[in-house]
Design a binder for this molecule. Structure first.
Ligand SMILES: *Cc1c(COP(=O)(O)O)cnc(C)c1O
Length: 384
């Protein structure tokens, strides 16, 4: 058996209840889904505005395919860069108020590309300990020195920034932490970056479309802007499609085009996806009512879970994690919900620190108050 070592590792994982499995969705993503042949209310997608299955986005995708065909057929720097990509990049830059923007195939690739392209051996990355895996991988894959600071600990970061180093400094953070739902203190981080002449890479995967004026994201939420900010957001979450973009000063974007290996050495995404995303941007812009409803749902959920024996983590965003602690207990609660027709995944180590297994409850504007009532009722029942 050439792979007995792998078999053994998987068996070990399974016996500690950490084997990762996939479930198969029939039909579109949304607040209500069919999984393995059964209907569920789902609190486990990042489709915060219900755009993943929106008929206008689907129609735009079809018409995009009719106009541009399906495959891009080459990398952006060869012949894969279409007028649809170009137009979307201009729209995204204008949407978030930056001079220039660049599309990547995924958020994972965008983060890896940015850090590799902008930093070298003599430079230093400062990273929040709870950053997304793609930012962690980005810093480990780069040749820069890595310093990790405790979650949102500005004092520790300030001390680290003050310790002399010659090269360029880059602070990087999730804007909304993906497994915790809390916001990074962006104005304070920006002030520190200004003091220490550092660049600030902000990953707004969970803020774009949801936070800020007309969905402009976390910069707008805090009312901050600066040329030293390199803004990155993903397009497969609130925007409901796929991909990611980086928005920044022109010189940064030019450098990415010339240096970012995850941009250069990969086929461009299908142009039709960009056509669909242009439609998503219009829908995000118009979605004030949906964002208002989402805020009301967050309030309602937090009120409905008062007094339960698990702690709802401090969060004002659609990511509302219920901290359970033990892996097995988190899995049991998740299974209890599933038996009641409710889908909430348990998030366990190594995605989150040991001893902090949790239910990551993610709300969508397509939920209604009765969905929240049913979730709360089920959780109170299981807690007893
Ligand atoms: C999802 C996510 C990514 C990765 O984006 P993909 O487009 O899914 O590759 C990056 N950063 C954060 C914070 C995320 O939540």
């Amino acid at each position: 058996m050439p792979f007995s070592r792998l078999q053994l590792q998987l068996e070990e994982r399974a016996s500690s209840g950490l084997l990762r499995l996939r479930h198969t969705l029939a039909g579109p993503q949304g607040a209500h889904v069919e999984v393995d042949g059964k209907r569920y209310v789902s609190f486990s997608s990042n489709d915060y505005l219900g755009l993943a299955g929106h008929p206008r986005v689907a129609r735009a995708l079809c018409s995009g395919a009719e106009i541009h065909g399906v495959g891009a057929g080459a990398a952006h720097l060869v012949t894969g860069h279409s007028i649809a990509h170009e137009r979307l990049e201009r729209e995204l830059a204008a949407f978030v108020g930056k001079p220039s923007a660049l599309l990547f195939s995924t958020g994972y690739m965008a983060n890896i590309g940015v850090v590799q392209a902008l930093l070298g051996r003599n430079d230093t990355v400062y990273a929040d300990r709870l950053n997304h895996a793609s930012l962690n991988d980005a810093m480990l894959l780069s040749h820069a020195t890595v310093r990790r600071y405790r979650h949102s600990d500005l004092d520790q970061l300030e001390r680290m920034l003050g310790e002399t180093s010659n090269g360029q400094k880059l602070v990087m953070t999730d804007a909304v932490f993906s497994m915790d739902g809390d916001r990074a203190p962006l104005p304070e981080l920006l002030a520190l970056c200004e003091q220490h002449d550092a660049w600030l890479l902000i990953d707004d995967a969970h803020g774009f479309g949801v936070s800020g004026m007309r969905g402009r994201g976390s910069l707008s939420h805090f009312g901050i802007d600066s040329p030293r900010i390199i803004y990155m957001a993903t397009l497969g979450k609130a925007a409901g499609v796929s991909g990611a973009f980086v928005a920044a000063e022109k010189v940064v974007i030019e450098t990415l085009i010339n240096n970012a290996r995850s941009y250069i050495y990969t086929t461009a995404t299908p142009p039709a996806l960009s056509v669909a995303l242009s439609e998503s941007l219009v829908l995000i812009d118009e979605a004030d009512e949906a964002r208002g409803h989402l805020q009301a749902l967050i309030k309602h959920l937090r009120k409905s879970l008062e007094g339960i024996r698990w702690r709802l983590m401090e969060s004002q965003t659609p990511i509302q994690p219920l901290l359970i602690g033990k892996n097995q207990e988190a899995t049991d609660v998740s299974m209890g919900l599933r038996e009641r027709g409710i889908w909430v995944v348990a998030i366990r180590p190594p995605t989150v620190p040991d001893g902090t297994a949790r239910l990551r409850i993610a709300l969508s504007s397509r939920h209604d108050f009765s969905d929240i009532d049913n979730l709360a009722k089920a959780l109170h029942e299981i807690a007893r």
